[in-house]
Design a binder for this molecule. Structure first.
Ligand SMILES: [Zn+2]
Length: 365
């Protein structure tokens, strides 16, 4: 399968990109008929000197759309009587710039050097980019039911966006993710994910990279490779094929957590071969089906791609996907309370080996 990409502009100047399977090509010529004011983004980064981490302050996002009724979904294709974010009457996979972005390349740059009265809280414009990725034009479908061809097209789109956004000056990390299910605060139910291009390396990736570098200095070994080798033959594998292994991590922090690692060490999605992308789809759809069928209603989840930073640690990094759910039992969510929210110390009441067994035992037809 090849991918045809068509780039156009929305009424307010934002970019929209259509990605089509070249076996089913469609001309993408629809014009956005809406009268939209230009987007203005005033977000800023503030440095937390105590933690050594950046915080994005995006107070302009308060007015964004929150769970509209299905007949007003902004991610469904446009109809003659109703224009949405996607001018075409149908689409396969589409990507566009978020109308309410936390980070934007056109962000207002006139920010002071530091927060008022806090010289150590360095301030920078919220430069970067936030994109929305719609996986299908069908409002009621979920990723788990996309089918292999469409899921593969999404993987290619994630890889293409990662490569392109990595080339933007000042971008340090590209993050593809999906928040799935109202229980975790999804504001639009149409099947979609997001891509953030950050102007800094995120705290999680910085921390993991530091651990890998420390391990290299102390033992000469590869931390990711050691973890992978152990997990591939360990008790927590959920499912695997030649190119990918899905396992519950030994120190899982969420009630249901699975990590998907490619067998070959690669820094990011663009580095995956065609065979590895196909094999990922097979394993990922299998794991998502287990998440969907484990309880009487599908589990909400967050799917989080951990890619190498754009400019550092690329030889050390090993691409992986973290998939986790906050639901610990039917109707019960894990809340990040005092220990987790206050101290960042996770306490979980599920045993990782039991979770792996429970997911393995789900019947996936
Ligand atoms: Zn929709």
């Amino acid at each position: 399968m090849g991918v045809i990409r068509t780039g156009r502009r929305l009424a307010d100047g934002r970019e929209i990109l259509y990605f089509d399977d070249d076996r089913h090509p469609v001309a993408r010529t629809a014009v956005d008929p809406r009268d939209l004011p230009p987007v203005s983004t005033h977000s800023q980064l503030r440095y937390d000197a105590l933690l050594g981490e950046w915080v994005v302050i995006a107070s302009h996002r308060q007015s964004r759309t929150f769970l509209p009724p299905a007949d007003q979904c902004p991610l469904c294709p446009s109809r003659p009587d109703r224009a949405t974010e996607i001018p075409e009457s149908d689409y396969q996979v589409v990507v566009f710039e978020n109308r309410f972005p936390s980070l934007a390349t056109g962000v207002a740059t006139d920010v002071p050097a530091a927060a008022p009265g806090a010289p150590s809280a360095e301030l920078r414009p919220g430069y970067g980019r936030c994109e929305v990725v719609c996986f299908t034009s069908e409002h009621d479908r979920v990723f788990a039911d996309l089918g292999s061809d469409r899921a593969r097209l999404v993987v290619d789109v994630w890889a293409e966006r990662t490569a392109e956004l990595s080339r933007l000056d000042g971008v340090q990390q590209v993050y593809c993710f999906e928040n799935h299910g109202e229980e975790i605060g999804v504001t639009l139910s149409h099947p979609h994910g997001q891509i953030y291009a950050y102007p800094f390396v995120t705290p999680r990736v910085a921390k993991v990279l530091a651990a890998a570098c420390r391990h290299r200095e102390q033992t000469g070994g590869d931390l990711f490779a050691d973890v992978m080798a152990a997990e591939r033959s360990g008790p927590r594998v959920v499912t695997a094929n030649e190119h990918w292994t899905a396992f519950v991590p030994a120190a899982a922090r969420w009630p249901f957590e699975v990590q998907l690692f490619p067998t070959r060490k690669v820094p990011d999605l663009p580095a995956l071969t065609d065979d590895e992308r196909d094999a990922f789809v097979e394993v990922y759809l299998d794991v998502l089906a287990r998440f969907a069928r484990r309880m009487d209603t599908p589990m909400p989840y967050i799917a989080s791609w951990n890619q190498a930073p754009v400019h550092e640690g690329r030889d050390e990094w090993w691409l992986h996907l973290q998939l986790f759910s906050l639901r610990r039992a039917p109707g019960k969510l894990k809340y990040l309370a005092g220990s987790e929210s206050g101290m960042g110390a996770f306490i979980t009441d599920t045993n990782p080996e039991d979770v792996a067994e429970a997911l393995r035992s789900v019947v996936v037809e």
